[in-house]
Ligand binder design. Structure first.
Ligand code: ADP
Ligand code: MG
Length: 263
């Protein structure tokens, strides 16, 4: 299994939209896919149509060792795509884990259960991170083989990126030496707006090949889909946003590391 953390400590940059739609695209391509909602707001869970009452086990239980991966993962409406939903309990997890020795390794340990004891294994796992660099995101970076960073095409896009990259370096030094960065995905691109065009150019100048060629356009269908509890790829599979995510998934597959963590 390859584990991809989707992180950026800025809120509203398209992490959850990217996580939902890229996970759906991968499942549609035949990859057995797991999506872990690691944001206490639970937007990925809601966006996949998982109601509060159906979140009996969640990512909180996984981190607090109150449930196995087999218990916490549940099927979605999408064939080949399972989800570990999030509940508000998760906002307390950072405090509850603070005094625990292996506090940054909890998710990594939980994911090591994939493929063991007869439980179906996954080809790929996406982790939708909260908008902070706290213990939840550190758990995601500790468990991940690689990181995908959504970057919103706006004036301050690059601000905060250096802080994220510093965190990645720290994680590499301390507990996950093999953590890579698979790419930066430009989101909410509006080609009628010269500023976003300029920002996209600047980001490419600065970060070069790290930036995915497929850019996600600003598309109202992408923002409508979650209120219907389904990925945009299901809600309107032919809208520009959905098509862009299919392209991004294809590009991601080409970039994934050969080496997969033992699963
Ligand atoms: P994050 O998880 O980083 O906080 P979200 O994916 O939740 O960001 O996106 C923030 C808001 O912007 C949501 O309301 C979402 O529906 C909307 N959104 C995300 N990507 C796009 C896009 N490409 N076009 C239009 N709206 C988008
Ligand atoms: Mg989110």
């Amino acid at each position: 299994m390859i584990t991809v953390a989707i992180a950026n400590q800025k809120g509203g940059v398209g992490k959850t939209t990217t996580a939902i739609n890229i996970a759906t695209a991968m499942a549609a391509t035949g990859w057995k896919t797991l999506l872990i909602d690691l944001d206490p707001q639970g937007n990925a869970s809601t966006g996949m149509g998982i109601e509060g009452v159906d979140r009996k086990y969640s990512s909180y239980d996984l981190l607090l060792e109150q449930g196995t991966l087999a218990q916490c993962a549940q099927p979605t409406e999408i064939p080949g795509l399972d989800i570990v939903p999030a509940t508000q309990d998760l906002s307390g997890a950072e405090v509850e884990l603070v005094a625990v020795d292996d506090r940054t390794a909890r998710l990594s340990k939980a994911l090591a259960q994939s493929g063991t004891t007869g439980f179906g294994s996954y080809d790929i796992c996406f982790i939708d991170c909260p908008p902070s660099l706290g213990l939840l995101t550190l758990n995601a970076l500790g468990a991940a083989d690689t990181l995908l960073v959504p970057l919103q095409c706006e004036f301050f896009a690059l601000e905060g990126l250096s802080q994220l990259l510093q965190t990645v370096e720290r994680v590499q030094q301390r507990f996950n030496p093999d953590l890579g960065i698979v790419g930066i995905a430009l989101t909410m691109f509006d080609r009628r707006n010269r500023l976003t065009d300029q920002v996209a150019d600047d980001v490419r100048d600065c970060l070069g090949k790290l930036v995915f060629e497929n850019v996600i356009p600003r598309n109202v269908r992408l923002s409508e889909a979650p209120s219907h509890g389904m990925p945009a790829l299901v809600y309107d599979h032919n809208c520009p946003g959905s098509r862009a995510y299919i392209g991004l998934a294809r590009e991601l597959i080409g970039r994934l590391p050969e080496r997969r963590k033992a699963a």
